[in-house]
Write a new protein. Sequence first.
Length: 232
Amino acid sequence: MTKKQADIQHYADGTASVMRKAVVYTELRFYKRSDVLYQLTQVFCQRYLPRYGDRTVDQMVQAARSTKQNIVEGSTDGQTSTETELKLLGIARGSNQELLEDYQDYLKRNGMTEWFGRNDRFDRLHRFCQEHTLWDEYRPLTERMNGEELANMAICLCHQVDKAMAKYIERKDREFTTEGGIRERMTAARLGQRETQRQIIERQAAEIDALRKENARLKEIIKEAGITGKPG
């Protein structure tokens, strides 16, 4: 596959930039869900896991935090390095998978059911998680849910985050394959800047040439009119 020209941004004065267009990570739906997962996991661990003598609490909270924070860092670093962005998003996805495994283990360990397939409870939960992405929308529900319900909600969110991130990472990977990384962008920016400077020089040269022609035309008119500019 041949690489296409990088989409180069420009500053207000026309100077080319090697920076990619900033990703507003707070607008990414999988980031919003990862934040819900982080808040929900803290509530779940405080309510249903022992506070002492069990490393699971720290591991689950850290996995939830790692998912969210690596999305933030990856999206920010992606302005200059797609390689770093892909690496950090991959770490975020791995942390999300770790969190998913912990919730599934909780259900197994306590003889509870993981909801999936054609199940009224699962259908309602899945639909709710699809339609809502903010913690304030989940908080009232979590106050009324038991351990099995909270774990299944978290599992549903983990699956949705993973699916969305997989698609996003694939899109970023394709962009890198076709556009290249920071070196290609630097080259494209320099070439673009040179092209801009060349266009400015050509325009100025054309304007100077037009002024010279106009000056020559006016001189010819003055000559034909017999105006010498000397006192009579």
